[in-house]
Design a protein around this ligand. Structure first.
Ligand code: FCB
Length: 473
């Protein structure tokens, strides 16, 4: 921030009594490698599936790529200084597998590891706890060429890569997330194809989901072997799924989508089994022959924490008889004809409905699966921002954070062991298929000049962190 001592532009906290979070609550912000680093071909980094995808015409809005992004690779020191001014207690970043192990196999690339060593050292020097995500969607392209996540071997490769990172950074990094949002990797990457690698086959998407979770389990075991003191978890993106009406047909539609979006991951990871109704729903897509004896035990290897990414709620309805499902490739294999209904409530610039109570509901649901400590590892919103006189007064984003932190607090009041919250995102960045057209950052990035400008939400978040809490309403 330019002047951390100046009063926050929006500070409702002075006017109302406080809502305090538990002592030691881990206030953070999150990013991901491909979204911010740039330096795509520097120091030995080779292409990942996101390099290939973004360089393929028609895949990303306006042909945007992550080649330069926020140029964080070359601005690490300044960016960590901004985090320190915000008062972040923790920073969640991801490691680019293609930087560390450019071909996806074999020895580590020392140049790539050095970047993350410098980042971790800089964070620690500033009193910021590093939170390392091993996989935020950027599979080395050679592994995709060998079959990608639908191929079982990719899971073993992920465990090998994990060992390289654990050996290099495990003495300084306490918190580890294996996968970020395996639903997106599997069902957007191999189902609808709107994310890299852009394949469109329902059975492959289901296989990818399984092998991602298998890779997660093997990675947990690799981390335990290399670094017994590490705190290890996984991050899933969850949605409450409501039926549009109380008709049995709509309830069934909600059950099906809940199965694919939430229970496909929660049940294997935390209970060691696939839900029977989900397997039945997918019977026209796959016979699950890719699941081998012992896989579910590996997938459910005990964890230390669970990360939850929360953005919105789904409301769904049964197919209308006689109306054909959208012929576009779907991220809901076997349930392509379920209708997603909008409720007319306020939405973000992504068109995602704003639903803060859904966060309380989601955290309570995960707590029904496990007593493990939970962390919100992402939550945030895109809005159209404008820079006026060097300021970005992002009142909508600030209100989104405020409402969701209240919802998080409500979960804590209800007994959920929520230990931290990571805002998405520290700064504007490459929003996948939307390129640079969607801004989620608390810090504005001018992509021509790379100038960073903390928005009102950043100044407000700094005050929340300082007080370890929010104003009551
Ligand atoms: C999540 C992703 C993150 C970002 C936000 C908006 O699904 O994990 O990288 O794109 O959505």
């Amino acid at each position: 921030m330019s002047n951390p001592a100046s009063p926050p532009a929006v500070d409702v906290l002075d006017e109302r009594p406080g809502l305090t979070f538990p002592p030691g609550f881990l206030w953070g912000a999150a990013t991901a490698a491909y979204q911010i680093e740039g330096a795509a071909a520097v120091d030995g980094r080779a292409p990942s599936i996101w390099d290939t995808f973004s360089h393929t015409e028609g895949r990303v809005v306006a042909g945007h790529t992550g080649d330069v992004a926020c140029d964080h690779y070359h601005r690490l020191g300044d960016d960590v200084a901004l985090m320190a001014e915000l008062g972040l207690k923790s920073y969640r970043f991801s490691v680019s597998w293609s930087r560390v192990q450019p071909t996806g196999t074999g020895a580590a690339n020392p140049g790539g590891l050095d970047f993350y060593r410098r980042l971790v050292d800089e964070l620690l020097a500033n009193g910021i706890e590093p939170w390392l995500t091993l996989y935020h969607w950027d599979l080395p392209q050679p592994l995709e060429d060998a079959g990608g996540w639908p191929a079982r071997d990719t899971a073993a490769r992920f465990a090998d890569y994990t060992t390289l990172v654990a050996d290099a950074l495990g003495d300084r990094v306490r918190y580890w997330t294996t996968l970020n949002e395996p639903w997106c990797s599997a069902f957007l990457g191999y189902g609808s194809g709107v994310h890299a690698p852009g394949r469109t086959n329902g059975a492959d998407a289901v296989r990818a989901g399984h092998h991602l979770m298998l890779g997660h389990g093997l990675a947990v075991q690799a981390l335990r072997a290399a670094r017994p003191a590490a705190e290890v978890g996984v991050t899933v993106n969850l949605y409450p799924v409501d039926p549009a009406s109380d008709s049995p047909a709509d309830s069934d539609a909600a059950r099906r989508i809940d199965g694919l979006a939430n229970r496909f991951f929660l049940d294997p990871l935390l209970r060691g089994s696939y839900p029977e109704d989900l397997v039945a729903d997918l019977s026209t897509v796959t016979d699950f022959e890719h699941v081998r004896d012992g896989d579910l035990a590996t997938i459910s290897t005990p964890l230390d924490l669970v990360g939850v990414n929360y953005y919105s709620r789904h409301v769904v309805a049964a197919p209308v008889e006689g109306v054909e499902a959208d012929p576009a490739p779907s991220c809901w294999p076997g349930s392509e004809d379920v209708r997603f209904v909008t409720r007319g409530v306020p939405v973000t610039d992504m068109g995602w409905e704003i639903d803060a109570p859904g966060l309380t509901e989601t955290l309570r649901r995960v707590n029904g699966y496990t007593d493990l400590p939970l962390y919100v590892t992402e939550n945030g919103s895109a809005f159209v921002d404008s820079v006026v006189d060097g300021q970005v007064d992002d009142v909508d984003r600030l209100a989104y954070f405020d409402a969701h932190l209240r919802a998080a607090h409500e979960a804590i009041d209800a007994g959920v062991p929520l230990r931290g919250y990571f805002a998405w995102s520290l700064m504007d960045n490459f929003e996948w298929a939307w390129g640079y057209t969607k801004r989620f950052g608390m810090i504005h990035v001018d992509y021509d000049s790379q100038v960073r400008t903390p928005k009102s939400s950043a100044k407000w978040y700094a005050s929340v962190i300082r007080r370890n809490g929010l104003a009551a309403q």
